[in-house]
Write a protein that binds this ligand. Structure first.
Ligand SMILES: Cc1cc2nc3c(=O)[nH]c(=O)nc-3n(C[C@H](O)[C@H](O)[C@H](O)COP(=O)(O)OP(=O)(O)OC[C@H]3O[C@@H](n4cnc5c(N)ncnc54)[C@H](O)[C@@H]3O)c2cc1C
Length: 447
């Protein structure tokens, strides 16, 4: 049976969301064109359009599963590119009041250590290998074009020589991240714009790459989370690609992330445990510290709109920009792309198969976004300075989470579920299911 649902899909942006979307829609369109305003480097190095890519990035286990579903064997590509496979038994997560969680093998759950540019570069190569997909770089989309009825019919974009060109498409996917073009389109075409939820966290970030002599640690990664609200610094170190390591210090409600290596060491030494410091103090040849500021998480509630234009679909950060400390953004973008792929697969052989696509997509993506959002923002609101509307049952939720972590110390299956939920592999309800909550109750009294 022919699987083609449309002649051309245009994707705005070649970040993780755009590249994952290219894999998702390629089987269902004659051609797919990805327009990226940056000049895309021919090596895995940071670029201007994704300035956050100088910072430590981790794809959660759920994101890696989605990428491997879209691009079979992608995990192997990453290994061939030099990344480090990190099993959960090699990743020490230090939650406050329960650290250390026992060192346990959690089969089926692992992550890969690498720079964000290496991840993007490897994914881009997979996309470029798809015969019907073209990535055109140095092409900046100026606007999404409307039909008289308000549907998206394509884009106007600026070519490297400054000329502007209009291209039609059956589907425009807005993966432009922070600079999403969907809202201006909705306004221009007379549609309502989505409600936005904003959570002010004012995080300052600093990352650095370095080398480590052999034998310093038997972990491949360490994550030390702060005991809120007294502590506000998260520290991480990951073995990344090609025998290098990368460390990160993130401070919430602060502009004071380390500026140089001495400050990085001092920040690591000030953490609740010395696990991070005991690794990075042996660093050799640390590269320049690179800093980044993240003021607020933003969620656009497209799922609440009553009407949405045909032919348009925002994805990834264009819908929701998560607090980066929890490492969710790329995972949710990849999972959204997989949802899109599954919806399109289900429409093969139907008539008017692109009708209502965005509405179905928003509906199906909403639980994934909500779960990730709830996990991150719940922790953010432990700080008084965090701005935004606090959930009414915040205190109870924090107590329950602590109780579940305490149970996880004793119970390997609960430990697996806790990490699987954190990595967006299982729905949050599976962590909070009544039987488990009942077993966690005795640990509430100690909370
Ligand atoms: C400091 C920091 C650390 C982070 N750490 C993690 C982490 O550990 N794990 C994780 O999962 N997530 C992390 N994130 C989030 C992650 O970076 C984003 O969620 C992810 O990049 C979103 O992908 P995207 O494709 O939606 O957007 P982006 O990656 O922002 O890509 C958008 C692309 O669109 C292009 N573009 C924009 N406008 C136009 C236009 N008009 N025309 C053409 N092209 C255009 C841009 O150049 C860019 O390439 C972090 C974010 C920050 C800020």
């Amino acid at each position: 049976m022919p699987t083609i649902l449309g002649k051309r899909a245009i994707i705005i942006g070649a970040g993780i969301g755009g590249l994952a979307s290219a894999g998702a829609v390629a089987p269902y369109f004659d051609t797919v064109l990805v327009l990226e305003r940056d000049e895309l480097p021919i090596q895995p190095i940071p670029r201007r359009g994704a300035p956050q890519s100088t910072q430590l990035h981790v794809v959660l286990a759920g994101g890696m599963q989605a990428l491997c579903d879209l691009f079979p064997g992608f995990d192997n590509d990453l290994l061939c590119a030099g990344s480090t496979q990190i099993e959960m038994s090699d990743l020490s997560v230090e939650f406050p009041q329960v650290d250390p969680l026992p060192r346990r093998d959690l089969p089926g759950l692992h992550v890969f250590g690498m720079t964000r540019p290496l991840l993007e570069f490897t994914l881009r190569n997979r996309v470029l290998a798809l015969q019907n997909v073209e990535i055109r770089d140095r092409c900046s989309v100026v606007e999404i074009n409307p039909s008289l009825e308000g549907a998206a019919t394509g884009v106007r974009y600026e070519r490297p020589n400054g000329e502007q060109q209009i291209l039609w498409a059956d589907l425009v996917i807005d993966a432009a991240g922070l600079n999403s073009l969907t809202k201006p389109f909705l306004q221009a075409a007379g549609f309502a714009t989505p409600d936005e939820t904003t959570i002010g966290v004012d995080i300052s970030y600093a990352s650095a790459i370095f080398e480590l002599p052999p034998g310093v640690t038997n972990w491949k990664a360490v994550v030390t989370l702060p005991e809120a609200p007294a502590e506000s610094t998260t520290g991480m170190v990951f073995r990344i690609d090609n025998d290098r390591w990368m460390t990160l210090i993130a401070k919430i409600h602060s502009k004071d992330a380390p500026r140089d290596w001495d400050e990085m060491l001092a920040a690591a030494r000030s953490l609740r445990t010395h696990s991070l410091y005991d690794i990075i103090r042996h660093a050799r040849h640390p590269e320049r510290i690179l800093r980044f500021g993240f003021p607020e998480s933003i969620r656009r509630h497209y799922e609440r709109l009553e009407r949405f234009p045909r032919g348009l679909l925002p994805i990834g950060d264009a819908i929701c920009r998560f607090n980066p400390v929890y490492g969710q953004g790329m995972t949710v973008a990849a999972q959204e792309a997989l949802i899109l792929n599954q919806i399109l697969a289900g429409r093969v052989g139907t008539t008017d198969s692109l009708s209502g696509l965005a509405e179905t997509f928003f509906h199906r993506a909403e639980p994934k976004i909500s779960a990730a959002w709830a996990m991150g923002t719940g922790a953010d609101f432990a700080y008084e300075q965090t701005t935004g509307v606090r959930p009414p049952d915040l205190e109870k939720g924090m107590q329950m989470n602590l109780a579940i972590r305490r149970l996880a110390v004793k119970d390997a299956e609960v430990h697996r579920r806790l990490i699987a939920a954190f990595h967006l592999v299982i729905p949050l309800e599976q962590l909070y299911e009544p039987e488990l909550m009942k077993r966690a109750e005795p640990y509430l009294s100690a909370a």
